[in-house]
Write a protein that binds this ligand. Structure first.
Ligand code: SF4
Ligand code: SF4
Length: 113
């Protein structure tokens, strides 16, 4: 008799009270490495010190594709794979939001890998 093996799927715990509409788009300050299938306008792409294709960031530290007037992604339908997988209200989102007030106060641009 053979047992069926079920591969566990990681489902992040989501805090439903969190929403991008009341956030300073803090996840859009993180390093976004592009995947081969990503189709992003060339003006938003640069290369990092490891020669990886990444989303460019402005002097303020936010992704170059972020509309700073609305704090929304200007290429939402074309956003990179990594951005598509970033769960609103998930653990990483919560952790970045928690760090933000201190970092904003200190005026230190966030550069994470
Ligand atoms: S996903 Fe999270 S960190 Fe990113 S903009 Fe939305 S609420 Fe903010
Ligand atoms: S591509 Fe859009 S969602 Fe991704 S970091 Fe830039 S502004 Fe944010």
């Amino acid at each position: 008799m053979s047992a069926t093996r079920v591969t566990p799927v990681y489902e992040p715990v989501i805090d439903p009270s969190v929403h991008c509409s009341n956030c300073q788009a803090v996840c859009c300050r993180l390093l976004v490495v592009l995947m081969p299938d990503d189709v992003v306008p060339a003006r938003f792409i640069t290369r990092d010190e490891r020669d990886l294709e990444v989303m460019a960031r402005g002097e303020e530290g936010w992704c170059a594709a972020l509309d700073l007037d609305t704090m929304q992604c200007s290429i939402y339908e074309q956003r990179p794979y990594i951005c598509r997988g970033f769960a609103m209200g998930g653990p990483y989102c919560l952790s970045e939001r928690e760090k933000w007030p201190d970092l904003a106060k200190a005026g230190i641009p966030i550069v994470l890998c």
